[in-house]
Design a protein around this ligand. Structure first.
Ligand SMILES: NC(=O)c1ccc[n+]([C@@H]2O[C@H](COP(=O)([O-])OP(=O)(O)OC[C@H]3O[C@@H](n4cnc5c(N)ncnc54)[C@H](OP(=O)(O)O)[C@@H]3O)[C@@H](O)[C@H]2O)c1
Length: 249
């Protein structure tokens, strides 16, 4: 019987993990997507879309679908689903591992201001600039809604909903982004401060280089913690090796 692995997805790494598992053979792979993105790139294997109904709902799903192991390959900032996965996997006694791409590290010339929330970022902004390149995604824009004196270039995959800053231009785009393109955006829009989550990875890192070159400050929102006790892999390959360890597959 192939081992049934549930990959909690919504990231490039999750898709790569599903590809690796399918290519390796011996696994039945189901990827789970939250359903936030209108036209997601689908991984190989089976795909289910939509919430489980909290930790209990996920535990029920794991039981009903005879899942043998769970890989939480969700975005580093998707904190709720990771804690739900930890509770559900513990309740059903299936092994769980997390896949988290490494966070970004500042280099010489970077002017980073670290904070742990979007609210924290909003507090810092008025002291740092007035034309903001906001790349934290379309969720949580309410944190910036009261900053009437600032202008925002907000980039996201899908259009944001209110509440959001009054003075805001929306740029709908999906990474990877080039260094040349990021330089152009900063120049054309006269950006003087960048806001980003510490998402890590190469696809969206060029904005950090462009900000460094332009000498502008960057507000970096730090990651929520991985649930305690959950082993963490940094790449899809490491996740596959860890999965084999945990399941003896
Ligand atoms: N947060 C980000 O910055 C970000 C960036 C890029 C991609 N994503 C992806 O977008 C998805 C949603 O992110 P979020 O920040 O809203 O997550 P979240 O706050 O951790 O999750 C909120 C709820 O959405 C549902 N959910 C989340 N991920 C799911 C998945 N992979 N499969 C099924 N249900 C899921 C769960 O609903 P139930 O309680 O009903 O199960 C969860 O309780 C994640 O899968 C994540 O990988 C997030």
């Amino acid at each position: 019987m192939p081992l049934h692995v549930l990959v909690l997805g919504g990231t490039t790494e999750a898709r790569r993990t599903a590809e690796s598992l399918v290519a390796a053979g011996g696994f039945r792979v189901t990827s789970s997507l939250a359903g936030r993105v209108a036209r997601p790139k689908l991984p190989p294997g089976e795909v289910r879309v939509g919430g489980f109904g909290g930790a209990e709902g996920m535990a029920g799903w794991l039981r009903a679908h005879h899942v043998d192991a769970v890989i939480d390959a969700t975005h580093p900032f998707a904190g709720t689903i990771s804690f739900n996965a930890a509770s559900a996997a513990a309740a059903v006694h299936v092994p769980l591992l997390a896949l988290r791409r490494p966070g970004w590290v500042p280099v010489e010339g970077d002017r980073w201001h670290l904070t742990d929330s979007l609210d924290g970022a909003a507090e810092l902004l008025p002291g740092l600039g007035s034309r903001v390149f906001l790349t934290t995604g379309r969720m949580g824009l309410a944190a910036f809604a009261a900053l009437d004196a600032l202008w925002f270039l907000m980039r996201s995959v899908d259009a944001p909903e209110a509440p959001h800053p009054a003075r805001m231009e929306v740029l709908l785009d999906r990474g990877p982004f080039s260094l040349e393109g990021e330089r152009e955006l900063i120049r054309i829009h006269r950006i003087d401060v960048l806001v980003t989550k510490d998402s890590g990875g190469d696809a969206t890192a060029p904005k950090l280089t462009a900000a460094r070159e332009a000498g502008i400050p960057v507000v970096v929102v730090g990651r929520p913690p991985v649930p305690p006790g959950v082993p963490v892999a940094g790449t899809p390959q490491e996740a596959l090796a860890l999965l084999r360890n945990l399941t003896s597959a």
